[in-house]
Design a binder for this molecule. Structure first.
Ligand code: HMG
Length: 394
């Protein structure tokens, strides 16, 4: 049976503490910290985009797991809603930057924040059908709302890479249950028109769509045979949403637990990365999963986590994953978060404008100095220019 064998993450190298944004927007900082549950927002700088974040997460994965041979990767799927081209997938850039084998199916999947989960489930089926080969899934996104909008403090960015293959050695990070609860409904809660740079969102309505999808997915999943999952991960657009979702789940399932105590025990250990990164759309649910793994490590072996993934628009799934021995490998998340450069609101707005300028044709000047391992250099004759330490000659 296929399983996730290794993971890697990446986050942008700059971070804006939300009390700085609150000051700039003349908002009580308690609204962001307590009302939304957010502490920090990851900010992309010129040179970073959805591709470089995805490539960095993949390289981290391959370095974390040298026992898996990259030439065996026969499927590469990126789940994203902040792709850089309407035809060309982020996945083909990642494939090139990492120098992966040409004998590989390479494409993106999209359904808002659900795209990474959809890719994971598809890759798991593919890995089952192709024993001996490996599948790579990357969820990578940059969340952007208009300046000064209610969604602005929930922005963020990041990527998580997951390697799948047949397991048998007990070294997997987790296995996915075959049983899934699903729910899809056409709703206009959040979307990104192709002619706009930022998302359009009906914020409070989107919260009710999320909760409705959670209930319908649980209904579709049906009664849990045996015990409740040991932990719960919910798609995290902002941590307070997860608190609302957890309370709604207990009520819907008719559980008479102490809500705060259950939240503290089963949900809180999953949220510390999201609090410090913000919404990373497709990657958010996996950042929570990585946070749980990093927090509890080897004590998770044999334990289960219920995972709810929601993508606006909408599609959702509830499934249960079971952890294996692979949870003992550290993803080095805390060091990555602590080593980011702290910026203020003025620098954040300047970086945002510079990133937009780099997205224009003719922006390539060869002078972007980004200290990451992969850099987006700009656009020349409508072609995106990347450099990276694993770049294969064309
Ligand atoms: P808002 O309308 O400005 O905020 O934006 P609010 O007035 O609703 O306040 C938020 C919370 O802060 C409230 O708590 C207030 O009481 C509290 P709640 O009632 O919810 O428990 N508050 C304070 N607390 C302490 N001190 C204070 C204070 N003032 C207020 N002084 C909104 C909130 C979430 C609507 C906005 O941030 C937004 O539009 N976000 C983007 C949309 C979003 O994240 N939706 C989530 C569900 S949809 C989803 O998850 C999919 C998504 O990830 C996209 C995808 O699928 O691709 C978004």
């Amino acid at each position: 049976m296929a399983a996730v064998l290794a993971m890697g993450i990446s986050v942008p190298r700059h971070v804006l503490p939300l009390h700085e944004l609150a000051r700039a927007r003349n908002v009580d900082p308690a609204k962001y910290r307590l009302g939304l549950g957010c502490k920090e927002m990851a900010v992309v700088a010129p040179g970073e985009d959805t591709v470089t974040l995805a490539a960095e997460a993949t390289l981290s994965l391959l370095q974390n797991a040298p026992e898996y041979e990259p030439s065996k990767i026969g499927l590469l799927v990126v789940g994203t809603e902040s792709g850089v081209d309407r035809a060309k997938p982020v996945a083909i850039w990642v494939h090139n930057l990492l120098g992966l084998s040409a004998s590989c199916e390479v494409f993106d999947v999209k359904h808002a924040c659900f795209g990474g989960t959809a890719a994971l489930r598809m890759a798991s089926l593919w890995a089952d059908a192709n024993p001996g080969r490996l599948a790579l899934v990357v969820a990578s996104d940059i969340a952007r709302y208009p300046l000064n909008s209610p969604g602005e403090p929930t922005q963020g960015a990041g990527a998580v890479a997951l390697l799948l293959g047949s397991c048998g050695r007990g070294e997997e990070v987790f296995t996915l249950s075959k049983r899934v609860g699903m729910y899809a409904a056409q709703v206009d809660d959040f979307w990104q028109p192709a002619y706009l740079k930022e998302a359009v969102v009906r914020g409070h309505y989107s919260i009710s769509c999320y909760i409705e999808s959670l209930k319908r997915s649980l209904e579709d999943y049906g009664e849990e045979p045996g015990n409740d999952p040991d932990f719960l991960v919910f798609h995290c657009p902002f941590p307070k949403m997860v608190k609302k979702a957890h309370a709604a789940m207990l009520e819907f399932l008719g559980k008479s637990y102490d809500v705060s105590e259950d939240f503290r025990r089963r949900v809180e250990p999953t949220l510390w990365v999201n609090e410090r990164v913000g919404n990373a759309y497709t990657a958010s649910v996996f950042l929570s999963l990585c946070g749980l793994i990093e927090a509890l490590g080897g004590s998770l072996i044999g334990r289960t986590v219920g995972v709810f993934s929601y993508g606006s628009g909408s599609c959702a799934e509830y499934a249960v994953y079971t952890f294996g021995n692979g949870v003992k490998t550290s993803l080095d998340i805390k060091r990555r978060l602590d080593s980011r450069e702290v910026i203020n609101a003025t620098q954040y707005e300047r970086m945002r404008a510079e990133c937009e300028a780099l997205e224009q044709n003719g922006s390539y000047k060869g002078n972007v100095t980004n200290l990451g391992r992969f850099t987006f250099m700009g656009i020349q004759e409508h072609r995106r220019v990347y450099c990276g330490n694993n770049l294969r000659p064309e």
